[in-house]
Design a protein around this ligand. Structure first.
Ligand code: SAM
Length: 280
């Protein structure tokens, strides 16, 4: 079988290095190099970028990123067993791949990266969501990354891109869309992975906005959105009772109806309300 590079096909790599997928590490591998190259292309032009890849595993997406022209890839992998396979890729692409062994939730990759930076990953879903939230809520904005291209469970991907009025709309949509343009760029059935997971997956591409979409204090906005969606079936005036004493007036001043429900309120409305509440 031909490959996108001169390295062996991924099935052979997995056999050679005895990389039997481990459930505890959320390992569902992509073995089709045409597919990993296609995912890599969703990250945009990488020729002038360092790409941070989390969870390279046997290296399918890593090879896609490199063959599609990433200037450099920094890959963080928790599973030691994958390191020899990744070392073979580093040898095939001299000076373009650095691998760090460790937990992406504990490693600060910044010292090893030169901007501009893009991030790409096919990660276990819980780790992916936690990292996404961290990348979207740094102290400083704009963030260190230009774009994120991440595989999620289809249902989580839908929550990231959801619009008001839909069931999937909530904190994740507001958090993502306040600071980034987010869209689903690829849908993948379970059979695209080895072993296949129980559910379908989707790749979400997020591009960082230079400024948050509407002005608001991040902490106040976060507090308001959390309160509103903790009781998403309630009217705003009762769901938000604890956030300000005169909440009905503040809702009206923000252009919102006290009888509306969180699900109906667009991002702009939540930002206007956060500004009203921040007035003290
Ligand atoms: N990217 C590869 C692919 O597409 O075939 C592997 C994908 S597999 C879904 C997830 C990978 O993330 C595994 O290689 C696993 O060992 C790694 N991983 C899991 N938790 C991690 C963590 N906290 N930090 C770094 N890597 C992690």
């Amino acid at each position: 079988m031909s490959t996108i590079d001169n390295l062996p096909p991924l099935r052979e790599v997995i056999n050679t290095h005895d990389l039997k997928a481990r459930k505890s590490l959320g390992q569902n591998f992509l073995l089709d190099l045409n597919l990993t190259a296609k995912i890599a292309r969703q990250a945009g032009d990488m020729t002038e970028c360092d790409v941070l890849e989390i969870g390279p595993g046997p290296g399918g997406l890593t090879r896609g990123l490199l063959s599609e022209g990433a200037r450099r890839v920094l890959a963080i992998e928790k599973d030691k067993r994958c390191l020899p396979a990744l070392a073979d890729i580093a040898e095939a692409y001299p000076d373009r791949l650095t691998v760090i062994e460790g937990d992406a939730l504990e490693i600060d990759p910044l010292a090893h990266l030169t901007p501009p930076i893009r991030i790409a990953a096919n990660l276990p879903y819980n780790v992916g969501t936690e990292l996404l939230v961290r990348w979207l809520t740094p102290q400083e904005w704009p963030p260190f990354w230009q774009s994120l291209t991440l595989m999620f469970q289809r249902e989580v991907a839908e929550r990231i891109v959801a619009k008001p009025g839909s069931k999937a709309y909530g904190r994740l949509a507001l958090l993502a869309q306040w600071r980034a343009d987010a869209r689903i760029v690829l849908n993948l059935p379970p059979e695209a992975f080895t072993p296949p997971p129980k559910v379908s997956s989707a790749v979400v591409h997020l591009t960082a906005l230079p400024e948050p979409r509407f002005p608001a204090d991040p902490d106040v906005l976060n507090r308001v959105v959390a309160a509103a969606f903790n009781q998403r079936r309630k009217m705003l005036r009762s769901a938000l009772k604890g956030t300000a004493p005169d909440i009905e007036d503040r809702l009206r001043a923000a252009g919102l109806k006290p009888t509306e429900r969180a699900e109906q309120v667009p991002l702009e409305g939540f930002c206007a309300l956060a500004r009203e509440i921040a007035k003290g």
